[in-house]
Design a protein around this ligand. Structure first.
Ligand code: GTP
Length: 961
């Protein structure tokens, strides 16, 4: 279908060309005249619109019939036209509905009818502008002919409203008076309708709705009513129609109609006239009443006569035109409000006042919500409207949206306000509920006593720094017969199993290969308890140290029995007895002294007493624990370690706690899931199955789980995926809700000052052990008196790992010090997510100064370093005279020319204080390159290697807390 002319379309739709033009106008398509052509796509849209309106109309008509008595309509020519007219008249939503129905005299359904009031008297009021405004729109169509530029562009929507406002002048008095006031709100919507005759029907009806439906609209706005009223007179006008149109009807105005334009008053007359005349339907319309109204243009004027009154044309004072337009002009003048204003007013009108928000009170009722719940979740639980909760919170000073995850404090606050006892479900409970929804229970052996069989104990080695934990683990493993026989290449997978003989019986013991209570604590912080027995290593030559006690306390907190390994007995000055007596002070009494704790003297270095230690572990397990599990059930356990292997993908070491894990099983581990593709033990030997207490490396997960995540074998991959996805979603919302960040160093300093905390905990990571020790020594020597102390929780060499961040989280917001090292990607993400403060230094005295100042409460760094981008070197180009240029891929952020940079290799800073001297994309020099793009970077530093990372940063002023 090529181009079609407007009049052809009108014919096809059974309406007047003006109607079609008006509609087009409203759709933003300007046509100059009825003989203008219309493009096929527009025709389609138009057809659609008419169809919709027709449908809407039919509905509206029925209502109208009931509401409005006057039938007359016929005059209007086409029913559609009438409807339009009415609609327009109605400006206010209210009217809309009634309008169409015109025929029916019956008082408008609902409110509308009201309007009917007496013509004359009412009229003035009626004017309410509401009606008037719309009238204008109709006109626009007429305008069509008119060239008025103004009209053209904005036609549709603006027309009505806009024009008037400005123009207002004329009508001011008159118009202003009655009409508008009430209408204002409707206005917004009104306008449109008005414009579009057709719409009127729809529009009127619909628009209003927003407001809250006719009812609402009606009440508030008397305008609506008024409007109607006026019309009545003439009658037919039918409620709606009349009103608005009234004005329109008026004679000339009609013409102007389109005049939309401002012209309200003036224009009308002038311009359109002709047109108007035409429309005129005028006459017809008029007579009919506004019936025609639709015509808008025509309608307006003509009716004028009839309505004339209403418009108060005269009333308005404006005089002729004013009157005609009357309402429009008048009103506008005074109360011209922008659409926005009117909408706001309207919204306000609808919104309950704070005190009046309808929300069911809880009367102390308990509601449980997951972490990171939204107000919508809250509303669901109490059967309220989320919007009301948003408003209440707003009232309480918090601005959140209904779908935004909110913090626990906020939920509690809201609960208190509404008298609900809000309980936030712990992550563990949340997960339990999630699994229950899949009919899975984690943590319990299936079956009964008879199904349980003994399993090896799982042991963690803890103790003070340098007391020999690592050495002991190595020695145990290396002296393990089974391992030697296997002849495999031992590899650290996070845990290993050894076999020993007790009373002639071969027994296995599983050791967690990560020494130190930090890992143990970090796991516990994640809700995972894998350790059955703790081996507390104490160097006989050094005795009990702070971390010895710390480790002991951790073990006790976890209710784990302890076996003491008194190490380094080979050393001169070793005093195992002293160790025993020292520990007695901490209620750890050796068996030989009448206590229940086994103390074993060993030398990890010399391999002395190792068997005794293993025996002591088994004896303790047998005496104090009931280590049994059901091997005949889908496996469950905990991930101990995990990483992304370049060749094998995600690799996780899991400890099976119950059941038997088999190759091919579908498993879900934290937020990772997959199918066990292969299992390897710590000798690299492939296993087909892993029974309880067996640590194995699992291949086949789709992503890398976190240490401490539990794993479960589920019926199929689909369930695994669903559980993993739901966990991820919960985790995300919980994170989003974590509004309160962990304390930063500055905040802690403040707390120190205020005496809220007296200890600053640090985790120190450095590039070489020498600098770490030096830094730790120096820091520990800082003496700021009794009020504040500094404690180093952990120190180590290498990049800051996830483990470090976990530790900082578990130990009450410790601060991580990175000395010439950077965090691994996942560690950085975790720290950012959890708000763990990581401080980077490259000069020891800077770190000392800052920490000292902090401890003294004096430190207030004003600038902080913000990493702006990272790029990985993928290739190195040697450019004569320039040196080495790095071919990179921007991994994160933006690399900007001239920004400061440093070079990182394997997590260690190998060069600092560099500058991005040149930056190119292909052959072009560029100022910045974003994430994911390749670029060439010249650092003016030649010792670069593939896989090095270039990190750019800038110093930003740090807002004082
Ligand atoms: N003479 C002697 N030296 C030992 C013995 N056990 C460990 N060492 C030494 O003590 C030092 C520290 O041992 P590690 O095993 O690294 O101590 P650690 O507790 O793991 O230390 P961190 O990992 O720093 O917490 C090393 O130099 C070991 O060789 C022992 O039985 N006898």
């Amino acid at each position: 279908m090529a181009k079609v002319r407007v009049y052809e379309l009108a014919k096809e739709f059974g309406v007047e060309s003006k109607v079609v033009m008006a509609k087009l106008n409203e759709m933003g398509e300007f046509v100059r005249s009825a003989s203008s052509t219309v493009e096929a796509p527009v025709v389609r849209k138009l057809t659609e619109a008419f169809k919709n309106e027709a449908a809407a109309k039919s509905g509206a008509k029925e209502q109208a019939k009931e509401a409005q008595p006057k039938p007359a309509q016929q005059a209007a020519g086409s029913a559609a036209a009438q409807a339009q007219a009415q609609a327009q008249a109605k400006p206010a939503g209210t009217a809309g509905a009634a309008a169409k129905p015109a025929p029916k005299p019956a008082p408008p359904p609902g409110a509308r009818p009201v309007p009917t009031p007496p013509p004359s008297a009412a009229q003035p009021a009626a004017r309410p502008g509401g009606a008037v405004p719309e009238a204008p729109r109709p006109q626009p169509p007429a305008a069509g002919p008119r060239p008025t530029p103004a009209s053209i562009p904005k036609p549709g929507p603006r027309p009505g409203p806009i024009p008037r406002p400005p123009v207002p002048a004329p009508p001011p008095g008159a118009a202003g008076a009655v009409p508008r006031p009430p209408i204002p709100k409707p206005g917004p919507r009104g306008p449109r309708p008005g414009n579009n005759p057709f719409t009127s029907t729809t529009g009127m009806g619909q628009r209003p709705r927003p407001a809250g439906g006719p009812a609402a609209g009606a009440q508030p706005r008397q305008p609506g009513k008024d409007a109607p009223i006026p019309r009545p007179p003439s009658a037919r006008g039918g409620p709606g129609g009349p009103v608005p149109r009234p004005g329109a009807p008026r004679p000339s105005p009609m013409m102007m109609p389109q005049g939309r334009p401002a012209a309200p008053g003036a224009r009308p007359g002038a311009g359109r006239p002709g047109g108007g005349g035409g429309r005129p339907a005028g006459g017809g319309r008029a007579g009919a009443g506004f019936g025609v109204s639709r015509a808008g243009g025509g309608a307006g004027r003509p009716g004028g006569g009839g309505f004339g009154g209403r418009p108060g044309g005269g009333g308005r004072g404006r005089g002729g035109s004013g009157g005609a337009f009357g309402r429009p002009s008048g009103r506008p003048a005074r109360g011209r409000k922008s659409k926005r204003q009117r909408r706001q007013e309207f919204d306000n009108l609808q919104a309950p006042t704070i005190g009046g928000v309808q929300v069911p009170r809880g009367n102390g009722q308990t509601i449980r919500l997951p972490r990171g719940a939204t107000l919508t979740d809250f509303a669901d639980r109490i059967g309220a409207n989320p919007a009301s909760l948003v408003q209440i919170l707003l009232h309480l000073g918090e601005m959140v949206t209904a779908t935004q995850s909110v913090s626990e404090e906020t939920l509690q606050l809201l609960g208190a306000e509404l008298d609900y006892d809000v309980q936030i479900v712990s992550p563990e409970e949340e997960d339990r509920e999630l699994l229950e929804s899949f009919n899975i229970e984690f943590g319990e052996d299936q079956g009964d006593e008879a199904d349980l069989v003994p399993r090896p104990p799982v042991v963690t080695v803890m103790g003070h720094v340098d007391h020999g934990k690592t050495k002991l683990l190595d020695t145990i493993r290396n002296t393990n017969v089974a391992a030697r026989e296997a002849g495999g290449i031992t590899q650290h997978i996070g845990a290993y199993q050894v076999t020993t003989t007790l009373d002639g019986e071969e027994r296995k013991i599983t050791f967690i290969d990560t020494p130190g209570h930090e890992a143990f604590t970090a796991m516990r912080a994640r809700g995972a308890q894998v350790t059955d027995i703790a081996v507390l290593v104490v160097a006989a030559d050094d005795g009990v140290k702070p971390q010895t006690i710390e480790a002991l306390n951790h073990a006790r907190a976890a209710d784990v029995p302890v076996v003491v390994a008194v190490n380094k007995i080979d050393k001169e000055g070793a005093d195992p007895i002293k160790v025993r007596s020292q520990l007695t002070e901490y209620d750890l009494v050796a068996e030989e002294y009448g206590g229940s704790t086994l103390f074993v003297d060993i030398s990890a270095k010399e391999g002395i007493g190792i068997d005794n230690l293993l025996e002591a572990i088994l004896l303790t397990a047998d005496a104090e624990l009931d280590l049994r599990a059901n091997p005949d059930m889908p496996a469950q356990g905990v991930a101990i370690e995990a990483h992304l292997d370049k060749g094998r993908g995600p690799v996780a070491t899991v400890l099976v706690q119950r059941g038997t894990l088999r190759v091919g099983d579908s498993i879900v581990c934290g937020e990772a899931f997959g199918r066990v593709r292969a299992m390897l033990d710590d000798n690299g030997k492939a296993l087909k199955e892993a029974p309880p207490s067996c640590p194995v490396q699992v291949l086949g997960l789709t992503s890398v789980p976190r240490a401490g995540d539990n794993f479960i074998v589920v019926p199929d991959d689909r369930v695994a995926r669903q559980i993993a996805q739901q966990r991820a979603a919960r985790q995300r919302s919980a994170e989003m809700a974590k509004s309160g960040r962990r304390r930063t160093l500055e905040e802690m300093f403040k707390d120190l000052e205020k005496g809220k905390v007296s200890e600053l905990k640090l985790i120190i990571k450095g590039d070489v052990s020498g600098s770490v020790e030096a830094l730790e020594d120096a820091l520990l020597k800082i003496d700021v008196g009794e009020e504040a102390k500094l404690r180093v929780l952990h120190r180590g060499v290498g990049a800051i790992t996830e483990y470090d961040v976990n530790l900082a989280m578990a130990d009450d917001n410790a601060v991580i010090i990175g000395f010439n090292v950077r965090p691994e990607v996942r560690a950085r993400e975790l720290a950012e997510r959890e708000g763990v403060d990581i401080r980077y230094y490259s000069v020891i005295y800077q770190a000392i100064e800052e920490i000292e100042a902090a401890l003294k409460g004096l430190l207030k760094p004003e600038y902080e370093e913000v990493v702006t981008g990272t790029a990985e070197i993928r290739e190195i180009f040697r450019v004569p005279k320039i040196g080495n240029v790095a071919g990179c891929v921007v991994r994160s952020g933006v690399i900007t020319r001239n920004s400061k940079a440093r070079l990182i290799r394997d997590g260690t800073v190998v060069a600092d204080n560099l500058t991005i001297e040149s930056l190119r994309r292909f052959k072009d020099d560029v100022t910045e390159v974003r994430e994911g793009f390749e670029c060439g970077i010249g650092l003016g530093y030649n010792d670069i290697k593939i896989e090095d990372v270039i990190e750019t940063f800038e110093m930003r002023e740090k807002p004082r807390a």
